[in-house]
Ligand binder design. Structure first.
Ligand code: KIV
Length: 277
């Protein structure tokens, strides 16, 4: 079944949980499509997992389009959301609409995601008015890592929690059709999920959200620079891959790979003629 804005809103209404994973390439997108994951996020976390930056700030619109288009080529029914990177929407409402439009036109994605609450509500409203569905992202917003002084849980005090709840109301009122809640206390995320009409997708936000998102390399054990507390490992592909690479290295060096069956044949006569040249 094709996932759409309407089907995702219906899942919220009926209490069916929404699965979302990050993805940055064609082959992995095809595997997620086979697993019937509801939503893929082409996250600007590709700055960390694919490009090796310490944070997401250096990621460009062109990076997002390059990876987003590859993911869209690998999906049919999965709902694909592409992140708007740092400084592609913050400077002005105009920049926000132009860059959201470019991302949608050049990737074929179904929606864009941007970080922030009250501060970006006019940006969200204008993008939605242009016909582009928006997922908001509040709580710990990685593009503001320098303002937060690190990747820290947000909303623990009464004032901070009230601000996040107000952000949630603001982005819903501006027209976002879903919101990512990152690194906020579970009870606050559950309260926000109860109060909003639109689905909440949690990451480090407990089980009271309408859906969950994880970075795929974290949950499959492929990215190990750091592993956040909220990550659950579903497989250790990292170990499987290293063992495969080691076995290949050993066989190349011993001559066991490639064996005859993996080669291509030619007439011995041709080789004999060439040998005389
Ligand atoms: O970029 C990303 O991967 C994200 C998730 C952490 C939600 O925004």
């Amino acid at each position: 079944m094709k996932n759409t804005v309407a089907s995702l809103l219906k899942m919220k209404e009926t209490g069916e949980k929404i699965s979302m994973l990050t993805c940055y390439d064609y082959s992995t997108a095809k595997l997620m499509e086979s697993a019937e994951i509801n939503m893929i996020l082409v996250g600007d976390s590709l700055g960390n997992t694919m490009l090796g930056y310490p944070d997401t700030l250096a990621v460009t619109v062109d990076d997002m389009i390059h990876h987003g288009a590859a993911v869209c080529r690998g999906t049919e029914n999965t709902f694909v959301v592409v992140d708007m990177p740092f400084m592609s929407y913050q400077p002005s409402v105009y920049d926000a609409v132009v860059n959201a439009g470019r991302i949608m036109k050049e990737t074929g994605c179904n929606a864009v995601k941007l970080e922030g609450g009250a501060a970006v509500k006019e940006h969200i409203r204008a993008i939605v008015d242009a016909g582009i569905p928006v997922v908001a992202h509040i709580g710990m917003t990685p593009q503001s890592v320098n303002a937060f002084g690190g990747f820290k849980v947000q909303g623990k005090t009464e004032e901070a929690a009230a601000k996040i709840l107000q952000d949630a109301y603001d982005i819903q009122e501006a027209g976002a059709f879903a919101v990512v809640l990152e690194c906020v206390p579970s009870k606050l995320a559950a309260l926000i999920s109860e109060k909003l009409m639109i689905p909440t997708i949690g990451i480090g936000a407990g089980d009271g959200c309408d859906g969950q998102v994880l970075v795929w390399q974290d949950m499959m054990g492929v990215f190990s620079d750091y592993v956040p507390k909220f990550v659950k490992r579903y497989a250790d592909l990292g170990e499987i891959m290293v063992n495969g690479f080691k076995a290949y290295d050993g066989e190349v060096k011993s001559g066991a790979f490639p064996d005859e069956a993996r080669g291509f044949k030619i007439d011995d006569e041709i080789i004999a003629k060439l040998a005389d040249k």
